[in-house]
Design a protein around this ligand. Structure first.
Ligand code: CA
Length: 413
């Protein structure tokens, strides 16, 4: 088991800036464990907790809090496996939207809005954030409070901090979670959520709780975990307000692009006044005139064979919650349908499948090698990769929609 660690650790020393306790006769470092693709053990986890304790004390967590919160914690191998596999399987945006904005989720949301109408109206007024925005986030994050997650947040964060793939991030979240306990807003037993540490009605990470959670019902606790959604919903509204939500403005809307449209313009990086888009022949899918909520971009999240959206600055505010286009479109669209708006009309290219992680990495490698720099090979199809695909498509006489399809991959040198 431990035979290879000593030499490897010596070889890795320069890369381990800031890593402590390299006396590894007992404890393997995270990097080594990761290299050997080994998932930790309860014994290793307990050794890590012993190491962690002085760091937590130094960060201001009391011995009493640590005794209560860390005693009897168990290492959860399933969480590590999920964390390592989360980039492996991705859905196409249409598969995601089928679930995220299903008729059921719209119906449940309307019901929840009716049930909590007075509360929701008060939050909307107090925070200046349109109700459909924070209700749609609630709907996606916890199905309006019905799936808030029942995994111990401390246990999950400690497991992920020990696992080491993103140790610094999760240790910071663990410290923030312990401070929440110490603050008395929730008991360790009730501090539960999803496997990666997101908690409560709107799935806040512990640091977001410190930055944005509010005590809306006035009981002295910022309780986003319990059955009552008041604090959780107000916290989400507070988050959106902080990032610049414009009340009364749309996130975006589905549009129809004219024949012969210049697809090079379809990127969040191109922003134009609505009048310019209108002059180019962009019209609302639902008919009528384009609404004007300031500078707008045209987005094709499923490529030129899928739906097109004109998006406004509120789109970027929702991105603060989760940057995936599919998520932002889902929040916007669910919110619109909760207010009685029409579903997405355009067809999606349902014959295309999502690329696997290996294929996404391969795509980035091949684009970069061909002179279309994706600014990193990380398997994430973000703005830089989309820009590189568009440039490659343009150079090869294809529709430059930036969509990472199998066709693009197969046609790259
Ligand atoms: Ca409260």
């Amino acid at each position: 088991m431990r035979l290879i660690t000593a030499t490897l650790i010596v070889a890795l020393l320069p890369a381990l800036a800031g890593a402590q306790s390299l006396d590894t006769s007992e404890t393997e470092t995270e990097v080594v464990r990761e290299m050997r693709n080994e998932i930790g053990s309860q014994a290793g986890f307990e050794a890590w907790l012993t190491d962690f304790r002085p760091r937590a004390l130094a960060a201001g967590i009391t011995a009493d809090t640590l005794d209560v919160a860390l005693t009897g914690l168990t290492f959860d191998e399933k969480i590590v496996t999920r964390d390592r596999n989360q980039n492996e399987f991705t859905k196409t945006i249409w598969d995601y939207l089928d679930t995220a904005v299903s008729a059921d989720r719209v119906a449940l949301g309307k019901k929840a809005m009716k049930k909590h109408a007075a509360l929701i109206d008060r939050i909307e007024t107090e925070y200046g954030v349109d109700k459909q925005a924070f209700i749609a986030i609630w709907g996606l994050e916890s199905a309006y409070g019905s799936y808030r997650g029942d995994i111990s947040t401390i246990g999950a964060l400690a497991t992920l901090a020990y696992d080491g793939r993103r140790a610094a991030f999760f240790e910071a979240q663990l410290i923030a979670a312990l401070k929440i306990l110490q603050n008395g807003d929730v008991t360790p037993e009730a501090m539960r959520g999803s496997w990666a540490g997101a908690m409560g009605h709107t799935q806040f990470m512990p640091t977001s709780w410190w930055d944005f959670a509010v005590d809306f019902d006035g009981d002295g606790k910022k309780n986003i975990w319990g059955d009552d959604p008041a604090d959780g919903l107000a916290s989400a509204a507070n988050y959106l307000r902080h990032w610049g939500w414009t009340k009364g403005a749309l996130w975006g809307l589905e549009v129809r692009l004219p024949e012969g449209f210049d697809y090079d313009q379809t990127t969040e990086r191109v922003k134009k006044p609505v009048a310019e888009w209108a002059a180019m022949g962009v019209v609302p899918m639902a008919g009528g005139v384009l609404p004007d909520h300031g500078l707008a971009s045209v987005l094709l999240p499923g490529g030129h064979r899928g739906a097109a959206f004109l998006i406004f600055s509120n789109f970027q505010v929702i991105e603060r919650y989760n940057t995936a286009d599919a998520y932002v479109v889902a929040v916007g669209q669910l919110g619109a349908e909760l207010m009685g708006g029409p579903p997405i009309k355009a067809d999606w290219p349902r014959d295309l499948r999502a690329l696997t992680l290996d294929e996404r990495l391969d795509l980035q490698r091949r684009l970069t090698a061909a002179g279309f720099d994706t600014k990193g090979i990380d398997g994430r199809i973000g703005p830089n990769t989309i820009a590189a695909i568009k440039a490659w498509q343009k150079a090869n006489g294809l529709v430059p929609d930036g969509y990472a399809s199998l066709d693009v991959l197969n046609n790259l040198p």
